[in-house]
Every structure is written in structure tokens, then in C-alpha cells.
Design a protein. Sequence first.
Length: 543
Amino acid sequence: MSAELKNQGNAALQSGKIQEAIKLYSDAIKIDPTNHVLHSNRSAAYCKADRFEDALLDADECIRLQPNWSKGYSRKAAALEFLNRSDEAIVTYEHILKLEPTNDQASKNLSDLRNRVSQSGDKRGFSLASIFNDENFMKKLENHPRTREYLKDPAFKMKMEMMKRDPNLLNMMLQDKQIMDVIAVGLDVEPDNIEIKPQDEVPETKASTRKEEKVTKMEVELSDNEKSSLLQKEKGNEAYKAKNFDEALKYYQKAIDLDSTNCTFYTNMAAVYFEQEKYEVCIEMCNKSVEVGRENRADYKLIAKAYSRAGNAYLKLEDLISAKKFFEKSLSEHRVPEIVRKCNDVERKIKEKEKLAYFNPELSEQAKQLGNMEFQRGKYPEAMKHYAEAIKRNPDDPKIYSNRAACYTKLIEFNMALKDCEKCIQLDSKFIKGYLRKAACLMAMKDSSKAADAYRKALEVDPNCEEAREGLRQTYMVSEDPEEMRKRAMQDPEIQEILGDPAMQIILGQMQKDPAAFKEHLQNPLVAAKLQKLMEKGFIAVR
């Protein structure tokens, strides 16, 4: 599996799919973290993605795993050159020559680098551009399967000539895929084990032979312990699916004994403990998985999985704070929609729990009474503080919102007052005080039309409410320029429809001739509603 992923990564890198190549190499490393070739190839991909620090880390890991392999040092030297750490790159090239005194490429790179340092201060644009004048480099381009095709393109050959004449142009062309490809060839940052064949070589035609070669490579690259550990893991997975959890734990433990660097073995054990409802042990194993994964540079998705599994265990323990913490850690590694949903659900439950823990109707009533006392003294800000506390203690009492709305009105905070009135009405649609406060607030905001609607709602609750009757009458008597009101009202589609109704035109004509007809028409609810709308907009004056 690791070899297959590596080959797919090589193919992706050759076709310019750099991010895909990085992912494939990372997946291969997850399966076989001790394979130095995989770290070498990913280092090459990181260089092409301009992630030179990551390229250097992979090169160092490659060297740690195989300290006598010169290619790892070549990767490191290339990354150091890109990072303009020339002194360190020189030391690295020198070490390559100690390992392989006949390595002509390393000798040439070292000589070029020393010249660049002495002549140009190692400016990146010049140091990279110098490779375009290298005869050996041109030969490498002719032998490389991808760049060989580039050389057939007249436009590409013109770009190469431009690089030779003016090296400073390179800085302007670093986003050009073809230029970055030839630089990768020049600095020897192509992935290993990509078959580069001379033009006259006949390619392999038997797919079955290739497949057998891949299998053989995989068997060679995996140690006996690693192969055995993966076999134990598969047996553990089968036992887990069959719900033979004790057997699964034995197999996973054997896998760990054979290869303690694979974090997935610990995550799998955590899954078993979760099913056995041993949630504390599950969390402990998840933390161990993260620790092992960090030490061995495991894929971020594996780290995320361990964190999310711990979060699920904390949920079972009803420790919402810890569950939220671990879900957030998981999302910081890899964003999965399911974990986003779980994190949001936990956050909502935490807020509900906090709200429920604070709920106390008795303390709410005490706070409300303190607010009433301050309101009577004219200390409205102090009253609001007490009302706010009362609402926190009992958020379902509409009277408290009504009282706070009165405070906001006194402080000329009409928008806030309206919100409290709406909340009050939402909690109890029969609470008439909410409508009266809302109407009074709207009148203060000079919105007599909406105030009239609020007074009418109050009258629906209590037809004998004198305050609502008087308030509604006041909305009809608000002094405003009649002409301005009519102009504004004519923009209202509802008014346009009423005035365009032939029946209403007849009724309005009757009312002009006989004012007593007004009362008669009010007996018809549909006509009365239209007449009230016209009164609100100033088309009918009531005297």
C-alpha cells in the first residue's frame, strides 16, 4: 500500500499536481513512517510548493532514518539553498562528498554555490538563474521525460534564452510551472524512484510484470515487524467488527509490541475501550495516540481522529467542557462537518446548562422588586441592572421585560424598549401591558401607524381597556402636515389598492356628502379596516 501511494505521488508530482503529491506521500508515510525514501520524495514536493521549511524537516527526517544515503543530504542542501542558508548548504554538500567522493552533481553544486556566495551575496534570483547556463543541466532536461517535451516548444526555448541573458528575470517567472519544473531538475529535487528513461529505451508493456515489481518493492521496504504489526491490526479490526472486543485488544496490543510508532494502533484500542464503556481508559489511549503521532509526524487527520474520539468519550462522561475542548482540538487539525456539528451541539448544551443552573424564580422576584424600587426613585440605570438580573434568573416572566421596557423608554432608548416589548408579547400574547408599552414607545418614535396597530391588539385582548381606546384616538389626532402624509401614503401599495377599489370610491363619496354615513360603514368589518388604514395615513380626518 505504501509503495502504491508513493508511485501515485510520483505520478502526481510529474504532472504538476503538487498538493495531491504531498497528500499521497503523507498517506504513504502514515503507513510506513520509517521509509526514508518517502520523506525524501515529500521533501521534493514541498520544495516545489515553496514550503522550504517543511522540505528541510523531511530531509532531516530522511537523514535520521538513513544517515549514509547521500540523497537525503541533497534534499537538505536544496532546501537550505532556497532558504538562503548558504553556509549550511555548503557544509551539507561537503558531507555528501565525504560519503560519495565521486558525486559529480554534488561537487558541481558546491562549486556553483561557493561562487554565488562570493560574487553575488547569494541572491536567490541569481543563484537559481545560474543553472540555465549549465551544460550538464541542459543534458538532464533532454533526458527527463517531462522537460524533454518542453524543449520541443519554441516558446519555452525562448524563455530559456531569456533566463540565460538576464538572470534577474527569474524572480518574475517563479509562478511559471515549466520554469519551476526545470529548476527542480537543476537542483535535483525530483522524487526518487521515478523511472526516467532515455529516448531510445523501450517502455515496459506488461502490466502484470509492473504489478509484481510493486509488490516486491513493498515487501522489501517494510520491515518484518512492520508487516507483522499491520497483520495483527487487521485481525484486531475483524475482531472489533465481530464485537469480540477482548480479542481485538489482544491483537492491537501485539501490533503495538511489534511497532510502537504507529499511532493508529492506539486509536483503535481507544475505540474498543469506548465500546466497552471504559471511557477514562479510552481518553488515556487517545492521548497516547496523539503523543505517538506527534513524535512520529503522523498525518494530521490521524491526530484529529484521536482528539475527536476522546471528545466522544467525554460526552459519554457528561463532561461537556472537556468534550468541547477536544472537539475544538480535532477541528484545529482537520475540519470534518460531523465534528463541527458535535462541537456546536456541545456548546449549545453548555449554555443551556449554565442557564438552567442560574434559574431561580424566587431570586428573580427579589431582583424585580429591587428594580421597581429604583424605578420609583427615578434611578433608571440601577433599576435596569436589577431587571436584567431578574431576567437571567427567570427568563420566561413577561412582566420583567415589560418593566425593563419602561426603563428604556425613560432613558429614550426606544429601539431597546421595543425589543423587550416584543419579547414580552412573545412570552404571553394575552399580556395587555406589553401592547400598551409597545404602542407608547412607537408614539414616542412618531410612528403613529404602528402604534395604532399595537393599540388595536390591546383592544382585542380587552375591548374595554380605556387606555388602549384613548391611545388609538390619539394616533388619529397626531399633528402632521396632511399633504406630506398623503404623498408618503400614496407610495403604499395597500393604500393604492384601497383608493382604486370602485366600492370604496362610492363609500368615500357618500361620507363627503353625509358625515353620518361614516358610522354606518364602520359596522362592516372589512370596510372599517380600510377606513382605519386611510385615517392612519391622513386621507380621512376625524373631528
